[in-house]
Design a protein around this ligand. Sequence first.
Ligand code: ASP
Length: 404
Amino acid sequence: MKNANRNILIAAILGITLGFLIKNFSDASFYQPFMGLIDLLGQLFIKALKMILVPLVFFSIVVGISNLGSAKNADRIWKLTLSYYFLTMAIAVILALFMMNLIKPGVGLNIQLWEMQHDIASQTMSFYDFFNQFILGLFSNPFESLATGNILPIIIFSIFIGVAFNGSNKKMIAGRQLFESFYEVILKIVQWIMVLAPIGIFALLLKLVESQSFELFNKLGIFIGTVIAIILIHGIIILPLINYVFTRINLKELWVKGRPAFITAFATSSSSATLPITMSVAQQDFKVRKTVSNFVLPLGATINMDGTALYEAAAALFIANLVGIDLALTQQIILFFIAMVASIGAPGIPSAGMVTMAMVLQVLGLPLEALAILLPMDRLLDTFRTTINVEGDLIGSLIVNKLA
Ligand code: ASP
């Protein structure tokens, strides 16, 4: 595991460096033929993670919850987890609101919203549509959700099975043991996929850097810089501090042991795809109990998104700046809540935050055309926000593990 961890770091550095070099110092006709292969390797890694994701979520939650029920502290785990999610997301959004009000990166920029080319009509959704869809979407045919990889209803169904499995008669015990065996098998496959991780991460990061358009920075550099700064403050100072206070795990240890999960999140822009690695890191390196990690992490990958929440708030204020609307305090309070709802509703997949962003803009009466400004920089900013989304989940499991 130690070697794998180091290899992932080396692969990430190599991928970024090579991507930067070929983009700036080499002729596209020279390296383009290889990009197909690079793309294939990156996609293969993501596909392998996604392959294991659904069975992992299903079995881990059933195993976690069915063991939890017998533990005295089940109630405490639930409450602690949800309080942690809520509090850290609230802190993230408050930080974003504070920084954006201070810096106001959109003021004075001259971007013609109406000239943007993207088709955004398909992305509009009112708050009520969104809310209804979210609540109704929690329950669905489990076979359909398992087949389509719809994580939230899988979580709900797995919780039902886990709770129903509580009981001390023979059949229940045998059933639980069967699920535990399957879960062990899934974990073994996750370890195999981890072997692929360095190659996949190298390929994904090379492609990411190579395909970035740095022209964006001319106009939007201050906004991009502000968002990255907010993310870094939250990810390097606030979250690690909260973690240290409760667990005494310092930033260095958090980074060194958590690195495979953070780097995978950065490379894949998907909390869900990263989940197998986050769980492996939590259980093997931080020794988080399964009753905690199996519940806190899958749920966190879907609903706990500090990075997405702070981004939704920051982007809405940026657009308001751009179009010259000053959001009053009451509107900023609405933004505080709606940014959290939007991030909870966003699935852990690339650019999910962009879809729920439409709802945030709509609730605040901001022009939806503004999405066209945000979309081109989304691939880049998604890498950063996904990394702290995953960091937030991992720290959640560490704190709950300590306190429950
Ligand atoms: N890509 C993010 C994640 O998977 C969600 C988002 O902010 O778009 O956590």
